[in-house]
Every structure is written in structure tokens, then in C-alpha cells.
Design a protein around this ligand. Structure first.
Ligand SMILES: Cc1cc2nc3c(=O)[nH]c(=O)nc-3n(C[C@H](O)[C@H](O)[C@H](O)COP(=O)(O)OP(=O)(O)OC[C@H]3O[C@@H](n4cnc5c(N)ncnc54)[C@H](O)[C@@H]3O)c2cc1C
Length: 404
């Protein structure tokens, strides 16, 4: 596959006709034959995918029927069931491909636009997300409003046919590469808290928007601070009703914690298999695999990944049966982030004991697991910290009395 291919191409398969095992087999063989070697994070490669290559790759995944699986066909999707989405997520999870550049568009903005957007907004935004013509970022957190999102201060004031936005967002992942921002801004007063908030689909090239990148511990410019100085957003880019932004935001966060990135459970599984295979390639690490201490810890991670996989499958079945996600996404988010962080620390600890000089398999594993380890530090923070998930589980699932 040529990655520099133009984005708006005809679809290269007829995936609508495939189902069940045939769909799984299509996804597996397409990924195996098309994923470029230098995208694979389990191999040593001097070259990293560029933004243009990533955009072309994700657009190709969409043409192959592996993205927008449950979205209606009218908006560029494939109109399939959540169970079929799960099958494809499992296949994506078993490959060592990088996370999507447009996961905010595909997994947060897309579902919320389908829930609260007008027909015109759906036709405008949704195909552009799937075809990778528009990459989205999420402008929720502010310097004084993270866990307590209802404290946010960025203001949106009505001025004729536009909303005038003033304020600052922070930790906005990928804002510097984005064409649109899913912005949560205040239309009422700070004292209104949950009332008087609105969601916007803000074009990132509007005058008055300034983006500064923030370097993260892994040396990447992963997130940004975004300043809005009298930015005029057309009224057609307001999503949902002006005072309904909080309810829409809570739905976004519910989706973020429960059904998006379902592939993570199967990726976790394949990371464990990668660590074990790298250890087997090295005499000292092979010996450690026989050590009861490390066997128990690897076994605990295998158990964690199994729990997570069955949890994802349970949530999918519940949704297919018409039940709502409710607060249950908090259980999956808490379990995945804490368990993955423990596993990443174990991987780094084990690999640090490899024989010298390192063989290629160990070198590749060190490069991959160092990145995973550094990123895992953030996993218990983004999409709601572990303490916030514990609070939600205590209040809404266990209905424990509130502490003082
Ligand atoms: C890698 C990464 C990417 C991110 N990407 C985005 C993005 O794209 N868009 C976006 O809008 N945001 C993003 N965020 C921000 C993220 O949502 C916030 O960091 C998170 O909500 C926590 O907010 P905070 O950093 O302000 O911490 P605070 O809310 O100030 O929390 C500080 C500490 O106090 C604890 N705490 C706070 N309140 C309570 C409570 N009620 N009970 C118990 N403990 C509490 C927290 O658990 C935490 O340990 C990202 C964060 C990271 C790390």
C-alpha cells in the first residue's frame, strides 16, 4: 500500500457483505498485509511514521471498513453492530500499531455529534473525521478545572450570529495537529456550575486561537495549552442546546470510559505475549521466567487482562440488550489504568535484568516498554483520575454514604 495516496479514494473492499468469522478474517488479513513495518511498535525501526503517513494510514483503514464501524452509512460509516465493532477492535488490539491520531474525533466527538448534532452538522463533521480530513482535539480541562470540570471559566457569549469565546484550556492532546476542537465553554456564570455550559466544534484556524505545545516526560509534544482571545465561532458550530453542554459532556466522558478504545484489552494481552517472547530470547530473562516471584507477577497481569477483556465483552452485551452504560465505565477505566501501570513497571524491571550486550528482540522490547511505561503514568490521570473513578464507584455503584 502506498501511504502517500490521496485521501478521498473509493473503498478498497466490500466489507458490508462480510460478517462474523469472515469479518474477523478480513480485518486480520488486511491489517497483517497493510500495516507498514515502521508503524509496528514491537519492532526496532529507525524511522517513525510522519503525520502525513499516519493520516493516510488511518484513511486507508476507514476505506477497508475498520473505522466508523457502527456509524450510519449516511455519514461515512458502515452501519454495523457493536458486536462487530468489538470483533474489529480485538483484531486491532492484537497488532502493535500506534494509537489513532484522531481518537478524539472518532471516539468522543463522533458519538456526541451523532447524539446531539443537527443533520447538517452530522453530514459536515462525521465523514471528515472518518476520512481524516479533520483531526479533533478535546478542550475540556483548564488550569483551575480538571477533576472539577464544572469549575471551568472559559466563556462563550452570544454576539449576533456568533459566539465570542475567551479563556484558556490546558492538557489539550494533539491541539497543534488538529483542525477542530470539541470545546466545553461557559454560557452562564461560574456559580451556575453544571448549568449554562455549551459544547462547540471550533475550527482551530480561527483568528484569536493560540496553541503552545507542552513537552511530556516521553519527550513528545503530546499536549498543548490553547488560548482563546475574542474568538468568533459561528452559531452553526454550537453542538446541542446552549445550557445542555454539561449533560452532553457527561455523555462524552461516559463513552470515553466505557466503549472507546475497546482494543486496549486485547493490546494489553499482546503486550504481555511480547514481553514473554522477548524474555525467552535472552538467557538471563529466560531464567527469571522460571522464578516464582516473576511468574506470579506475570500471571497477575494475565489475570488482569482477562478480567478486562471479559468486562469489555459484558459492557458490549449490556449495550446490545438496550441497557445504558451508567457509571460502569468507571470500573473499566480504573481497572485498565491501574493494571496496565503495574504491568508496564514489571516489564521495565524485568528487561533491566537482560544479558549484555542486548539482542535485537530485547532492544525492541526495551524501546517499546519504555514508551509504554512513561505513558502509563498518565493513564491513571486522563479521562478522570483513579481517585475520581473511585468516588464515582463509591457514590453511584455502591451507593456508600458520602464521607465528610
Ligand atoms: C496524557 C494526558 C492527556 C490529556 N488530554 C486531555 C485532553 O485532550 N483534553 C482535556 O480536556 N484534558 C486532557 N487531559 C487532562 C485530564 O483530563 C486532567 O489532567 C484530569 O482530569 C485531572 O485534572 P487535573 O490535572 O487538573 O488534576 P486535579 O483535578 O487538580 O487533581 C489533582 C489530584 O487531586 C485528586 N483529586 C481531585 N479531586 C478529587 C476528589 N474530588 N476526590 C479525591 N481526589 C481528588 C486527583 O485525583 C489528583 O490526584 C489530559 C491529561 C493527561 C495526563
Amino acid at each position: 500500500m502506498t501511504l502517500a495516496a490521496p485521501l478521498r479514494q473509493p473503498r478498497d473492499t466490500a466489507p458490508e457483505e462480510l460478517s462474523g468469522a469472515a469479518l474477523r478474517s478480513h480485518a486480520r488479513s488486511w491489517l497483517d498485509s497493510n500495516l507498514p513495518a515502521h508503524f509496528r511498535t514491537d519492532r526496532l525501526s529507525p524511522e517513525k511514521p510522519s503525520i502525513d503517513e499516519t493520516i493516510a494510514w488511518e484513511a486507508a483503514m476507514h476505506r477497508a471498513g475498520l473505522v466508523g464501524i457502527t456509524w450510519p452509512k449516511a455519514y461515512g460509516g458502515f452501519g454495523r453492530s457493536l458486536r462487530e465493532h468489538l470483533v474489529i477492535s480485538q483484531e486491532i488490539g492484537r497488532t502493535a500499531m500506534p494509537e489513532s491520531l484522531n481518537s478524539i474525533g472518532k471516539e468522543l466527538a463522533g458519538p456526541i455529534i451523532q447524539a446531539v448534532g443537527t443533520e447538517e452538522q452530522k453530514l459536515t463533521y462525521l465523514p471528515a473525521i472518518l476520512e481524516m480530513r479533520e483531526i479533533w482535539c478535546q478542550g475540556f480541562s483548564e488550569p483551575e478545572a480538571g477533576s472539577d470540570l464544572a469549575a471551568l471559566r472559559t466563556r462563550a457569549e452570544r454576539d449576533g450570529n456568533v459566539w465570542r469565546i475567551n479563556g484558556q484550556k490546558i492538557w489539550t492532546s494533539g491541539a497543534h495537529n488538529s483542525q477542530r476542537c470539541l470545546l466545553l465553554a461557559r454560557t452562564g456564570t461560574v456559580e451556575d456550575r453544571h448549568r449554562g455550559l455549551c459544547l462547540f466544534a471550533v475550527p482551530m484556524d480561527l483568528p484569536g486561537i493560540r496553541v503552545n505545545t507542552i513537552r511530556s516526560i516521553d519527550g513528545k509534544d503530546s499536549f498543548c495549552e490553547v488560548f482563546f482571545d475574542n474568538v468568533e465561532v459561528d452559531e452553526k458550530d454550537a453542538l446541542g442546546l446552549p445550557d445542555e453542554g454539561w449533560n452532553a459532556a457527561i455523555r462524552v466522558l461516559g463513552i470515553e470510559r466505557a466503549t472507546n478504545r475497546m482494543h486496549r484489552a486485547w493490546r494489553f494481552d499482546s503486550e504481555i505475549a511480547h514481553l514473554v517472547s522477548a524474555c525467552k530470547s535472552d538467557p538471563r530473562l529466560s531464567a527469571l521466567l522460571d522464578d516464582g516471584y516473576y511468574r506470579r507477577r506475570i500471571g497477575a497481569s494475565v489475570g488482569d487482562a482477562e478480567v478486562l477483556k471479559s468486562y469489555v465483552e459484558t459492557v458490549v452485551e449490556a449495550l446490545v440488550s438496550g441497557e445504558s452504560i451508567g457509571s460502569r465505565g468507571s470500573l473499566a477505566k480504573l481497572h485498565w489504568s491501574e493494571a496496565h501501570q503495574r504491568f508496564a513497571a514489571l516489564a521495565i524491571e524485568l528487561l533491566s535484568k537482560a544479558s549484555l550486550p542486548h539482542g535485537d528482540a530485547v532492544k525492541a522490547a526495551i524501546a517499546r516498554f519504555e514508551t509504554i511505561y512513561l505513558h502509563s503514568r498518565a493513564e491513571t490521570i486522563f479521562a478522570g483520575t483513579s481517585e475520581i473513578q473511585l468516588g464515582i464507584i463509591a457514590d453511584r455503584i455502591l451507593q456508600l454514604p458520602k464521607g465528610k
